[in-house]
Design a protein around this ligand. Structure first.
Ligand SMILES: Cc1cc2nc3c(=O)[nH]c(=O)nc-3n(C[C@H](O)[C@H](O)[C@H](O)COP(=O)(O)O)c2cc1C
Length: 197
């Protein structure tokens, strides 16, 4: 009687161990799959003079998903100094410009790239408006920017203030003058973040 009980217990233990190992293996296999294959990707970006658009397209080409341009209803002045001055005022006042483009439904996306030029060490007001209008809670955010020497500035900290419930992956900052040759750098960064293979 005793022996039978011991044999049954051993069999049950063995089954549990097998199930545990199978789960572990599935999890490992899941972990190995790049994020772009398991998550719905959105590449959202703002670009005034086109540099950030180039990088957004490189990311889109490598990671797939959908691409979305954040456009302000009122375009920024083409004159550099006027644009710099307007950007400074908007930053100081926390202005949220009305956006010309709206994302129809953000809910299905779970891996969201946010791209922008570095303006005054952070992101331009239309990006602030986009992040304020759309609830990115629980979605993984991946920042990227182009710049004139200041890198990401404090933009990553500023994004986490607006998206406190969004895990963030390592971002990338590409000098505006390098964007056309940045495809390999972008691909390497995506692989490092386990977004692509
Ligand atoms: C209003 C304004 C402010 C800028 N401020 C900075 C800055 O603080 N640091 C920096 O490195 N570059 C700065 N730049 C340079 C841009 O970040 C750079 O040219 C960028 O690549 C432009 O991207 P875009 O072509 O997508 O608009 C500024 C440019 C503008 C127009």
């Amino acid at each position: 009687m005793h022996v039978r009980r011991i044999v049954l217990s051993a069999a049950a233990l063995l089954m549990c161990l097998c199930a545990y190992r199978a789960n572990g293996a599935a999890e490992e296999a899941g972990d190995a799959r790049p994020l772009a294959e398991t998550k719905k990707v959105l590449v959202a970006y703002f670009s005034h003079t086109g540099n950030t658009r180039v990088v957004a397209e490189q990311i889109h080409q490598a990671a797939g998903g959908d691409i979305f341009e954040i456009l302000s209803e009122k375009p920024y002045p083409a004159d550099y100094n006027a644009c710099v001055e307007q950007a400074r005022q908007e930053l100081d006042s926390g202005y949220l410009p009305p956006l010309k483009t709206k994302i129809e439904d953000i809910r299905p996306y779970d891996l969201i790239f946010i791209g922008y030029p570095n303006w005054w060490s952070t992101f331009p007001a239309p990006v602030r408006a986009f992040l304020s209008e759309n609830d990115l809670s629980g979605k993984t955010v991946v920042p990227f920017c182009t710049h004139g020497g200041g890198g990401m500035g404090r933009s990553v900290t500023d994004i986490s203030k607006l998206c406190p419930n969004s895990p963030m992956l390592e971002g990338i900052a590409i000098p505006g003058s390098d964007v056309r040759n940045a495809q390999d750098t972008v691909r390497e960064w995506l692989r490092r973040n386990r977004i692509t293979k």
